[in-house]
Design a protein around this ligand. Structure first.
Ligand code: NAD
Length: 496
C-alpha cells in the first residue's frame, strides 16, 4: 500500500522502518531501548525514530554475521550473484518509494528512478568472476594457484548525503565476495539503508548476511572498527572521522578503504563549449545542495574568459529554485543544523578574506524557509588559491572562482589542495585534454563532464587526502577478498 501526504511525498509504509534496526534477520530496538529522531530537513518534523545503539548492539550484530558466514561464503558464487540480481530488480520495482524516502531524510528534490539497481547489477555480475591465477612450479608433479577468499565478517560506516547508493555499493561488493557485513548508516539518513536491507531479506539474502546497526558515530560507529572480529573495514565520510576509523583499525591491524572528502576543480579554458561548461559547473555545485563529495567547488578559469564565465555562472545559478524538497524546486535545504552553521560560517570566512561575493551568501527570505536549513546558491569571485574557501571542503552550494593565466598555472592551482577526488576540464583541444588527464591529481577526471560519470564500471575513489581504495568498479569486489597461494603435490617435494 502507498500513502501520500504533502510534506512526506509518497511513502510506502512497508519500507519505512520505525524504531528498529536489522540484526541477524530480526528487526530489533537497541539494547538500551534509546532512540534518535530522524528529521525532515525542510521543516524539522520527525519522520521516524531509529535505535541509538552502542557496542553491545554491534557485538550482537557481529555474532549474527559470524553465524551467517559459513553458508554464505560457501554458497556457489553464481547463486550469490543471482540473489544480488534479484535484490537489484526489487530495488528498481520500488524505485519511486526509495527515491521519495531518500528525499525525505536528505532533503533533496526527487532524482527520479535511483541508480542503485544498476550499480548492484554491475556488482552482481562480478560475483562469479572472482578468480585467482595459476602459478608455474619448480616440479612437473606440483601445481600452484591462488585463491581469492572473503575476509569473513566485515564492517562499514557511511555518511548521510547519498545513503542509498553508498549503502548499495559497499554492501553489494562486500557480500558479492562472500563476506557478511555489519554496517552503520549516518544518524541523519538511516532510513533508506534500512529499507534496502529489508528488500535484501525479501529476495532471500539470508538473515545475518547484512546487519544494519543504527546510532551515533562515537557510539555505534566507533564500535565496528574496534571489534577484533571485524576483519576488514570500509569508511565513507569526512577526513576527520576517516583518521579516527583508521587509527581504530590500526589497533587490530584491520585493512580498510577510505572514501573521504573533495575540493574538486572545474578547469575551464577559452576553447571550451561554454554553454555546456556553465551548465555542468552550476549543476555540479548545487546538486544535493552542494553536499556531494565530488562537487566541483572550485572554478579555475583562464583569465581571458573569466568575466564572461562569472556572469554566465551567476545567471545560471540565479535560476536555481530553492525550497522544501516536496515542492517543485531544484535545490532543497542542507541536511541539518550543523551543516547549516558550517556552510554559513564558510560564507562569512569568504567575505572576511576579501573574496568578491557575486551571488547569494545568505539564507533565502520568506516564511517557508524559517524552519528548514536553507542557504542560497553562492558564488565568490577573485578567490586566492590560498584562501580557506579555496582549500577546505565546504559541503554546500558555494563556488569559488579562481582566475589563472595559462595551462600550467591552471593545473598547478587545480592540484593545489590536499584533496584529489574528482577533477574536470572543459576544453575542445584534444591535446590539452590528454595533458590534463595525466596532470590532474584525482581519482577521476572528467573531460567536458562535471563528475566524469559517463563510464560504466568506473572505479571511484581518491588521491591524496580524499582516501584510498576504489568502489563501484569491478575491482571493488576484489577489494573485499584476500589472496591465498596454494602449492599442491601428491608427496612433499624438495625445493629446487
Ligand atoms: P562524518 O565523517 O561526520 O560521518 C560519516 C559517518 O561516520 C556517519 O555515519 C557518522 O555517524 C560516522 N562517525 C562519526 N564519528 C565517528 C567515529 N568517531 N567513529 C565511527 N564512526 C563515526 O561525515 P558526514 O558529515 O556524514 O559526511 C560528509 C563527508 O563525507 C564529506 O567530507 C564528504 O566529502 C564525505 N563523502 C565522501 C564520499 C566519497 O565517496 N569520497 C561520498 C560521500 C561523502
Amino acid at each position: 500500500m502507498t500513502v501520500t501526504s504533502g510534506t512526506r511525498g509518497t511513502v510506502d509504509p512497508d519500507i519505512l522502518l520505525d524504531g528498529v534496526q536489522l540484526i541477524g534477520g530480526e528487526w530489533v530496538p537497541s539494547a538500551t531501548g534509546r532512540t534518535i529522531d530522524v528529521i525532515n530537513p525542510a521543516n524539522q518534523h520527525v519522520i521516524a525514530r531509529i535505535p541509538r545503539s552502542d557496542e553491545n548492539d554491534v557485538e550482537h550484530a557481529v555474532q549474527a554475521a559470524e553465524r551467517a558466514l559459513p553458508a554464505w561464503r560457501d554458497m556457489s558464487a553464481t547463486a550469490r550473484g543471482e540473489l544480488i540480481f534479484k535484490w537489484a530488480a526489487l530495488i528498481d520495482a520500488k524505485g519511486t518509494e526509495l527515491d521519495s524516502l531518500e528525499s525525505q531524510e536528505v532533503g533533496r528534490p526527487s532524482w527520479g528512478p535511483p541508480g542503485m539497481g544498476r550499480q548492484l547489477r554491475f556488482i552482481a555480475g562480478q560475483a562469479d568472476k572472482v578468480h585467482g591465477v595459476s602459478l608455474p612450479t619448480h616440479h612437473p608433479e606440483a601445481v600452484g594457484f591462488t585463491l581469492r577468499e572473503p575476509y569473513g565478517v566485515v564492517g562499514a560506516v557511511i555518511p548521510w548525503n547519498a545513503p542509498g547508493p553508498l549503502f548499495a555499493v559497499e554492501v553489494g561488493a562486500a557480500i558479492a565476495a562472500g563476506n557478511t557485513i555489519v554496517i552503520k548508516p549516518a544518524e541523519d539518513a538511516p532510513l533508506t539503508p534500512l529499507a534496502l536491507a529489508k528488500l535484501a531479506l525479501e529476495v532471500g539474502i539470508p538473515p545475518g548476511v547484512i546487519n544494519v546497526v543504527t546510532g551515533y558515530g562515537a557510539e555505534a560507529g566507533a564500535a565496528i572498527p574496534a571489534h577484533p572480529k571485524v576483519r576488514r573495514m570500509a569508511f565513507i565520510g569526512s577526513p576527520e572521522t576517516g583518521r579516527i576509523i583508521m587509527a581504530a583499525c590500526a589497533q587490530n591491524l584491520t585493512p580498510l578503504h577510505l572514501e573521504l572528502g573533495g575540493k574538486s576543480p572545474q578547469v575551464v579554458f577559452s576553447d571550451a563549449d561554454l554553454d555546456a561548461a556553465v551548465r555542468g559547473m552550476a549543476w555540479s555545485i548545487t546538486l544535493n545542495t552542494g553536499q556531494i563529495c565530488a562537487a566541483g567547488s572550485r572554478v579555475v578559469v583562464e583569465r581571458s574568459i573569466h568575466q564572461e564565465v562569472v556572469e554566465r555562472l551567476a545567471k545560471q545559478m540565479e535560476e536555481i529554485t530553492v525550497g522544501p524538497w516536496y515542492e517543485q524546486v531544484t535545490m532543497g535545504p542542507l541536511v541539518n543544523k550543523k551543516q547549516h552553521e558550517r556552510v554559513l560560517g564558510y560564507i562569512d570566512i569568504g567575505k572576511e578574506s576579501g573574496a568578491e561575493l557575486v551571488l547569494g551568501g545568505g539564507v533565502p527570505a520568506g516564511d517557508k524557509f524559517d524552519d528548514g536549513f536553507f542557504v542560497e546558491p553562492t558564488i565568490f569571485d577573485k578567490v586566492d588559491p590560498d584562501m580557506r574557501i579555496a582549500r577546505e571542503e565546504i559541503f554546500g552550494p558555494v563556488l569559488s572562482v579562481i582566475p589563472v593565466d595559462d595551462e600550467a598555472e591552471a593545473f598547478e592551482v587545480a592540484n593545489g589542495t590536499d584533496y584529489g577526488l574528482v577533477a574536470s576540464i572543459w576544453t575542445r583541444d584534444v591535446g590539452r585534454a590528454v595533458r590534463a588527464s595525466r596532470a590532474l591529481q584525482a581519482g577521476q577526471v572528467g573531460v567536458n563532464s562535471a563528475f566524469g560519470a559517463a563510464a560504466i564500471g568506473a572505479p571511484f575513489g581518491g588521491y591524496k587526502n580524499s582516501g584510498f581504495g576504489r568502489n563501484m568498479g569491478a575491482d571493488s569486489v576484489l577489494e573485499w577478498t584476500q589472496v591465498k597461494a596454494v602449492s599442491m603435490s601428491e608427496a612433499g617435494l624438495p625445493r629446487r
